[in-house]
Design a protein around this ligand. Structure first.
Ligand code: ZN
Length: 413
């Protein structure tokens, strides 16, 4: 009996009415949501999101969330920007334009703009009329020829041959834009339309922001194997190179010999004179340089603790733990843990110390040390001896260990 009693168990209409009250209070109306948006801007500002809007016939709302703000100063945001628009994501059929940068872990948003539709009905009718005319004229194809000629006049913009000098980091398609729009429609909006522009803004502030934060967290904590699989693949190709193939030309330039060819690598820009590396893609020669000289390149996959720390900084902002925290994560490189750990970059202090030493190797100063310290060193060497006896080392990692140990010299040597 209780189920039928509306004073105890609200009816569908009552629930719907309550939902409408809640929606009006939270999202305003679907026809003119800007009064409500104006009310909500101070709240958005308080959580670190910048919202600017222009309330007119051709209205527009610009959103920049905390994650997007942290993405702005990165070098990747200065190189390539992807822009794409999509429509039909909320009831007034506005257009969403997403601005993205191409980072080492894929596309990350820089800003989102929600604006009135690009054209009105009369424009659409005009477009349809033109398309029909185009089809009618297709018999002799003069329009097609004209279109092709127009494209050819702009060949320097799209033919790869003319784009060789551009730093595209191997991004010659608009895949990043397409994938991001799919994520927006499938993952963020679940193929539904938001109630109005404020509801859409809240999707961007909540679900969209969380999606990218989670993605960055997975990369920062080595939970995504795609990066290490890609790096491992290139590293295998570059395993034949030795120190003798490399020459430091100073000013961030290195020369690398490969058979009959010689390539130049510019480490600060992350470019190489080989065919695949000339537009900023990561190639096997850069990988060899990275492995042999322990140099960090701007276009290399994020496999070092420094890279992971940067990704975590992007994800967490000021709450990010210090860099040391990321040194303990094991890379998922398939070959061996020894090599993965050996890949950790020296910190700045150590780099300076090595640079200031006169010899190639590190010198143990001949000043007498305390017995306690001597005991500690001997214990450590004993531990290494035991590890070498039982560890399943590869030929390459054995060579690397020998080279490292041989760097330890006395002053007499
Ligand atoms: Zn190259």
């Amino acid at each position: 009996m209780g189920l039928a009693n509306a004073s105890l168990n609200p009816t569908h209409n009552q629930i719907y009415y309550l939902h409408e009250c809640w929606r009006d209070a939270k999202l305003g109306s679907s026809i003119n949501p800007f009064d409500k948006l104006k009310e909500k801007v101070p709240f958005y500002e308080s959580i670190g999101t910048t919202v600017k809007f222009h309330d007119d016939h051709l209205w527009a709302v610009l959103l920049v969330t905390p994650l997007m703000k942290r993405n702005h100063p990165l070098s990747s945001s200065k190189e390539i920007i992807f822009i794409d628009s999509t429509a039909s994501c909320e009831t007034s059929s506005s257009t969403i334009t997403v601005i993205l940068s191409a980072t080492k872990v894929g596309a990350l948003p820089l800003a989102v703009m929600i604006h009135a539709s690009q054209c009105d009905v009369s424009d659409s009718e005009e477009t349809t009329r033109r398309q029909k005319n185009l089809l009618l004229k297709c018999k002799n194809c003069p329009d097609y020829v004209k279109r092709l000629r127009n494209f050819l006049a702009r060949k320097k913009e799209w033919i790869l041959l003319f784009r060789k000098d551009l730093i595209t980091r191997n991004n010659n398609t608009n895949n990043f834009s397409e994938a991001s729009i799919r994520i927006l429609k499938d993952v963020i909006l679940s193929r539904t339309r938001a109630f109005n522009v404020i509801a859409l803004c809240e999707f961007f502030l909540g679900v969209w922001e969380d999606y990218f934060t989670k993605k960055l967290f997975e990369f920062a904590t080595s939970r995504r194997s795609s990066v290490t699989v890609f790096y491992d693949k290139i590293r295998k190709k570059s395993s034949n190179f030795t120190e003798n193939d490399l020459k430091d030309l100073s000013n961030n330039l290195f020369k690398i010999n490969s058979g009959e060819h010689t390539y130049i690598i510019k480490t600060d820009l992350g470019v190489c004179s080989c065919p695949s590396g000339s537009n900023g893609a990561f190639c096997k020669y850069q990988c060899a340089l990275m492995e042999l000289k322990k140099i960090r390149l701007p276009n290399a996959p994020p496999v070092t603790p420094e890279d992971k720390h940067e990704l975590a900084l992007l994800e967490l902002g000021p709450k990010c733990p210090p860099k040391d925290f990321f040194c303990n994560f094991k890379n998922q490189l398939s070959s061996a843990t020894v090599e993965s750990n050996a890949f950790e970059m020296p910190n700045e202090q150590e780099t300076d110390d090595i640079a200031h030493s006169n010899n190639e190797g590190q010198i143990i100063n001949a000043k007498p040390i305390t017995n306690f310290k001597r005991e500690e060193i001997l214990n450590e060497l004993k531990r290494i001896t035991d590890v070498v006896k039982i560890a399943n080392l590869s030929e390459e990692s054995g060579d690397r260990l020998i080279r490292t140990l041989q760097k330890i010299q006395t002053v007499k040597d």
